[in-house]
Design a protein. Sequence first.
Lengths: 590, 562
Amino acid sequence: MGPTADALLALRSEVSPDGHCVDLEPAANGKPVVEGLADDNEGSGALRNACLLQVVAALLFIPQAGLLAVAVGNIVAGANWRGVVWLALGLVVIGALRAGLDAAGMRLAFLKARKALSELRERAITALAQRSPLDVTRPASGLAASVITEQAEAILPYLARFRPTRLKATLIPLAILASIFPFSWLAAFVLLLAAPLIPLFMALIGWGAKAASEKQLIEMGSMNGFLLDRLRGMTTIRAFDAVDMTARRLRADAQSLQLRTMAVLRIAFLSSAVLELFAALGVAMVAVYIGFHYLGQLPFGAWGGRLGLSEGLFILLLAPAFFEPLRELSAVWHDRAAGEAALAALQQLADNGVALLGTNDVAGSLVDESKGVSVKVEALSFSHAGNDAEVLHNIDLEAKPGERVAILGPSGSGKSTLLALVAGLSPHARGRITVADHVLSESTAQQLRARMIWIGQKPHIFAGSLFDNISLGRPEVKTNRTRAALALASLEHVAEAHGNRQIGEGGSGLSGGEILRLALARAAAGTHKDLVLADEPTTHLDTATAQEITEGLFEIARGKTLIVATHDPVLAARMDRIVVLSPRSAREAA
Amino acid sequence: MGILRAFRPIVAIFYTERRFMLIAGALLAAVTVLAGIALLGLSGWFITATAVAGLSSMTALAFDVFAPAASIRFLALLRTASRYGERLATHDATLGVLAGLREQLFRSWSRPQSARLLIQRPSRLLFRLTADIDALDSLYLRVLVPAGVAIVTAFAVTVTLGLMHPLLGLVAGFWLVAAGLGIPLLAARFASAPSRRRAHALEALRSRTIDLVAGQTDLVMTGRLAAQKLAVASAERRAAAADDQLNWVEVFASAGFGFASAILLGGTMLALAALSDGGAISGPVAALGVLVALAALEPFAALRRGAVELGRTVLAARRIAPGLAVTCPALPGAVPRDGLALRLAHVSVTHDGAPLPCLRDLSMNVEHGERVALIGPSGAGKSTLLALIAQELTPVSGQIETLRAALLTQKTELFQDTLRDNLRLAAPKADDNELGHALRQAGLDTLVASLPLGLGTRLGEGGLGLSGGQARRLALARLFLRNSPLWLLDEPTEGLDGTTARDVLQRLGASLQGHAVVIATHIRREAELADRIIILDHGRIVAVLRRGEKEFATALSALRPD
């Protein structure tokens, strides 16, 4: 995320009424997510240590200020410069110690936060991998990718920076007040008075700008959206000679957005100006008070006595340090909003939902390979989670080893769902599926799938070359096997045309027929397969290509059991048997 | 200096867009920092001076409190005001640059070859583009402004301490520049490789996550789900390793500033003590010097984040800048001789990086008002031929002469905009009457009339909110608005149900009068519009059939019925 977006997020937090800068409440919402994530005490202890180290580093400024004040007092008193050497050395040593402790704290906080980010990402990935494709609430790939990749990045600064800063903002001002108070109750009182006024003023100003700025933030985010939207349709824009018009429109929109945003920012930045003003005035008032105190015009405020020069300087040095953690906190405030939103989004991805059958890798073969694979579906019913309407009702189906069965039916009759259930892509509530005499279940699904070939109607094109897309990195698929599969699917000319280049994302650059041929090649490359499940392989294809795909499919299925879901009568007619699936029932036709 | 070269076009945009605001923002930032240092320094001087004066009542009465006290209050207000002004100016500048950069980028991507790239890898490339734009944003706010402020601060501190003793000023100034700029430069250097690795790792994480989720079924069925999970995890590990290195750089830079600051403070203190001891400066002046030294390195620390991100910013500049430098010349296409709408002579087209051409030595003519259907197995080159005629592609050899063509793309391309502006893309000057007429022709008038906002209704991303058939009709209405002599239609009714498709085709047929049309298709109902069928295979024309010939009917009947 760039600083513009940062600034706008900062703006949102600055102007929100709860966006005050002194959050003395250490328990923020969203905390349980992280705490629950790393239940190991060692882990959360590491974050506490990191915070404490940074707090101690910040506290070291108090003795540093003391040394500095004493040194200047000595210089003014006309001390020999050699008398200051030890004080200067002390300053350097404490300064170095401060730098070292702060660095160690930053490092620890980072390590802890980065580990949490990795764990959260891994959890989301694991959940997504197990989520059944038939689960309608399964997040889309684009959303999942942007949450896991970009949005999740906000967690790192939130955990690594925001929390230590918040702890500092809570403890340091108190410690500084406690250090000033013994010397001058009045100076402490001035600072104490200024501090709570800051959030009050910021909230007051914030309320006015909040509604407008949130709207603005959304529009701002749509700037990239607008550009991307137009880039996606570049062919059409060029075809209509509208490049110049669209470019001018892009600029005009951005400029009007700029005008409106600036109008909001003028008010919103007032809140940070207030913080700045109080910090500056706090220092100025302390300085002026001490000056007048020395001149005898304000003799009170120092417990009846009179402040020495070093004491006055000490108070003056601590005054800006009193406000510094508050300013730091306001600078990282938006990390909280973004971080908590990211935590929630990742958490949502990690929700389990409906899982695939058999997600654990089980090695070894379950089935006797010399026999073919039979499929038996008995009284199968299925409905999507959270929806009572049954997609399949009381379905029976049988395919003997080597048999070719077509499931014919209009769209919406549940053909594809039935195939997916046979492949164990989702658990089913009622009924029984038996593959090669083994009941399909959580414990058997993975091994039974090892003998199946799946040809879907929309095969996914992976990032990689044509060859990668056929082998899919399967160790058993060697180069010669890939070449043979390529030939079987008559994809050689595509391989020639594409070479080793990446295929366009989503298969652009490949025609619909070529994508299906790729699916065939992918299927043909597998070894030890006895059951072919094909889901509407010839939809949306021209007659000649459909014919070729059908031939390829039969070639792959030679000697294997084949079940095809289709509404193509030409394809169905070539099968041994047709099962007609009408909505909510299945009956034998031939 | 490769870095400077990469940034030059970007900085040029910054400069032409918002020169005044950019400079004003940097100046105000410098004023803010200087006022802060001066406030602390002057306060220290004031306290010390009053403490010295307050020792006797005589001097206490004679002490002029008014000027310093007023100056302190003035500096406090100045710092607040300049901070406010700085934030406004820098944000105004950034927003302005944002507008200019996006416009320039859009123009740079409107070249024919770029459009093809966009089509080939849309989301990854677009993701990279937005990530790059965001990374470039930080150039001004996190690099240019803090660097300017740091240099001004170094100068001011040098002068202030130099007035006390020239050598002290020079040494302190040298230390500030050496440490204050040296640490960020070193940090930028060490961060450059990991920040690029991080950007690449995140891209891999993104594309592998998409493959895992969208390709899940294929992965499960080939037993590769676990392997893909490992691949995602390995991208995350790479990102984590890069993050770790970047964090080390940041930690070292942060500690480096701490050490440098402590040494500057201790050194200045000793020097001022010696000067004061020798009577060269007064006690209050020494106090001022110490406090200035205390605050001097703080502005440099603001460079830390920009320095760590610099590698990413350079990467973004390198990827974006080359396109920005090139302006897009309008190519005046050759016009065919009278009576022809299109003439191709011995044209070959090869996709970038492909070893073999996808159109080979192809020649064809299309006459005014003629209707031609391109058919052939998928992958034969139909869409490539249309892209060539639309001048999306340039041939590697051969001649192309064409009247201005309007292309109806295979995938309906609509925009996140009002219906009116979606239509006016084709005819910027058209009024609502003309738009209404085109909508009637396309059979969309009743739908638009039923919408509460009518033509002012906004569509979602990519035309979201319309059904496939409605979107197609809208694209058709847009084509009708374009009075182009040559229409190129790429599978105009693919994906529509039979009834809708026939209605769309019927309306299209009714409007064809006076336009030459080339339709790429594999559906019978679409090819039936044509007077002539051209059959492509492997990038060559294998047959040309005219209506009335026996083969014409045979070719039609071989196409997909519906």
